[in-house]
Ligand binder design. Structure first.
Ligand code: DGL
Length: 266
């Protein structure tokens, strides 16, 4: 069991988005070893077809599967929506955790007026999964879903301050006078401050990374896989994109120095 505990948690995303989860895991579970794969070459996933998303997500997951890991966190909403079933069905008994249910659990305790905005990629919004799940829980809620297809590419370019574009994209939601906004794409917490500036101080914004990390922690405890050691975790990075660019942007998001990632072409 001791050896199993020391194995890494693997996370993948279409690019830098999953680092918002990694950032939270480092804070909450500092002894965990983590392997991160950013499929930056193929970002954004959110503009792709269902089949393309499934194929890319499967390749990323199976690349990580070969790395002697104890669990896989799909650090991407789009891949969680379309590829979770497919990946977990073929993951040879290794646990797979998605990002959707932990964030949904937080919606109702936090939204006062039940005027709920959901922003995500085109593919996630098109699936209607969040809308359906929120309404299944409370049919009287008002749900306003909006795809923000310019956000992930902007973040992939390292542009975190483009308030003009953020305001332009959020205009349809600003008009709806929502009281609560769910960030249903792991990239978006990176620009959360600017989203707040655009949408207004009075709107409660949910970055689900704490809820997702808590779910991961509970899972690890239940499975007796939590690393309780006193040593700091080791981090390993892979990207299908430009390694130098990855290092620069990832350091900005994580707030720590990292080793240059290994390039892996998925
Ligand atoms: N970070 C991803 C998500 O959570 C996807 C962004 C993209 O590649 O379009 O949906």
């Amino acid at each position: 069991m001791a050896d199993k505990v020391k194995k890494a948690i693997a996370i993948f995303d279409s690019g830098f988005g999953g680092l918002t989860l990694m950032r939270q895991i480092i804070k909450t579970l500092p002894s965990e070893n983590i392997i991160y794969f950013g499929d930056n070459l193929n970002a954004p996933y959110g503009d792709k077809s269902k089949n393309e998303i499934i194929n890319l997500a499967k390749k990323a997951a199976f690349f990580l599967y070969q790395k002697d890991i104890k669990a896989l966190l799909i650090g991407c909403n789009t891949a969680s929506v379309y590829a979770y079933d497919e990946i977990s069905r073929h993951f040879f008994g290794l646990p797979v955790i998605d990002v959707i249910s932990p964030s949904l659990k937080m919606v109702f305790p936090l939204s006062k007026d039940k005027k709920i905005g959901v922003i995500a990629t085109k593919a996630t919004i098109y699936s209607q999964l969040y809308r359906k799940q929120i309404l299944a829980y409370n049919p009287t809620a008002q749900v306003f879903s909006l795809a923000c297809p310019t956000f992930a590419p902007m973040i992939e370019r390292g542009e975190f301050e483009n308030l003009k574009e953020i305001k332009r994209a959020l205009l349809p939601l600003i008009k709806k006078k929502i009281d609560f906004l769910l960030l249903a794409c792991t990239h978006y917490p990176i620009i959360q401050e600017k989203i707040k500036e655009a949408i207004g101080e009075e709107v409660t914004i949910l970055d689900p990374s704490s809820a997702i990390t808590l779910e991961l922690e509970n899972f690890l405890k239940r499975a007796q896989l939590k690393n309780e050691g006193s040593l700091r975790g080791r981090y390993e990075f892979y990207t299908s994109g430009d390694a130098v660019k990855f290092k620069t942007i990832a350091e900005k998001i994580l707030g720590i120095k990292i080793n240059i990632p290994i390039v892996y072409l998925s």
